[in-house]
Design a protein around this ligand. Sequence first.
Ligand code: MEV
Length: 311
Amino acid sequence: MMDTTRRLVGQGCGKLILFGEHAVVWGQPAIVAGLPRGATALVRMAEKASLSIVNGRTGAVHAEVEPKADGSPLEQAYQAMLDILELEGPIGVHVTIDVPIGAGLGSSAAMSVAAARALTQFVGKPMATTEVEAIVARTESIFHGNPSGIDQAAALGGGIFQYTRGTPASIEALWVEPVSVVVTETGPAPSTASLVEGVGRFHDAHPKIASRIDELVGEVVADARTALAKGDWGTVGELMNVNHGLLVSMGVSTPGLDRACHIARAAGALGAKLTGAGGGGCMFALAPESPDEVVRALQEAGFDAFEITIP
Ligand code: MEV
């Protein structure tokens, strides 16, 4: 029996893909950091069933949907969560997102994990983690078409790990000393689904070249894993630059992303690359010694840069 007076909270992590986005969809390993910030969901009985998304930085409502309303991906995701848990009635889900939204830092997976965690508690019976995972796998396929599962894995847990797609996926935790990185949004990004489809068209048009590029990304990831374990930040930075170049060749960078990378490197960053699906969205730079200088240079050029420490 559902307790309708309860207000339940769930959380999910944002993510920063350090190496290997896109190639991970094609079976190569990738390295990702789950971020301490992400999404927090509050579930309670309300006047009407709705899912609202609030930008935690500005306090503005980013989106609000009701079940069976507009057919948008967000509404479909909300409906899928209710259907999987067989929930009906005026259930209000309010999610605050503390990473840039739709910009490559895993806001949709963090939102889905936070909402699924809060909703499964709301059902009033113990739910296994695998049920949260099943909900998020469904919502991520609504948002992303053919996701590798890396965003979902990062949203479920923190830390830094190597991820390889599969059934089941392989997740290997990596021990990495905490390090400063600088992140900035560079502009609006199309959906991850459309970017993943675009890379799919690149594979159709140039199958041999595309698979060689994917393999090279896999080699970058292997070397990066060794360099991260040693705290060899110079090598990590060089490999970030190589990975960005390979992403440029897949067609997912933009002038804004390239410009932000150049500014960060010129200000002392050891490396810089796009993170996530690209096409706009976020870039991050490795700046263990001089994060403030990199933040300042990017801000002077008009970017809304900020520093975070990973893991
Ligand atoms: C998106 O955060 C990462 C991509 O590799 C897509 C995916 O792995 O599902 C672009």
